[in-house]
Design a protein around this ligand. Sequence first.
Ligand code: ZN
Length: 258
Amino acid sequence: MADRHLALVLHDVAPETWPDYAEFVARVDDLARTHGPIPITWLVVPDFHHRSDCRLDDTFLDRMHGRLAAGDELALHGCYHSDDAPPPRTPRDWFMRRFYTWEGEFYALDEHQAADRLDKGIALFRSQAWPLTGFVAPAWLMSEGTRRALAKRDFAYTSDPQHLYTLPDFTPLEAPGLVWSARSAWRRGMSRLVNETQRWRSRQAPLLRLGLHPVDMRHASVREYWLTTLERLLVAGRRPITKRDWIARQHHRESQAA
Ligand SMILES: [Zn+2]
């Protein structure tokens, strides 16, 4: 297990969702007292659903500054996290944008629109002097225009459910993830099974990502699943790392091999 890592990733981080995460994060910090530092990657949404602007909440900003200072990572996760593009016109688009998710903010944007939203997010990070290396699209959905806009900006990585991609070239690195669909009882039942299978299959993977959502925190069974899984992985010898630091290690290894 010497070189196997785990990344604890909190999605949809905004002033509005902090109350969901507060207790869970306190318990992760408790675990860290026993197991050593557990850095978290926080996927920050600059203005969640146009109603939770990070810049207007000093307590939230202070909290993020504190986490960063303690070794956590802040990454950019969309701009509004809502798909407010014109309605879908094809069955495939309808499936992706209405049935699969309403949150695919970057699914239908052209390059110009995507660039505008990326730049709004970059401006938030700059205004707070937060380092920025990662962009994760809401629901991991990215249009071609988004990919082009992303490649022209100064990001080190992006991701989807199975991979991290180094930027600007989109080189894929295997990095399986566990994620719950906690919206309904049957989805939660399925998720436990799917995640346990994935955890077993991924036991040799160099990086395993735990992708948590605010809705997970509203179900005690899902919250406990995450805490138990995190502790089991730590006990098994996986070392916690931010996505930023894991990507930096890959670059370092490549340059040593060259
Ligand atoms: Zn999200």
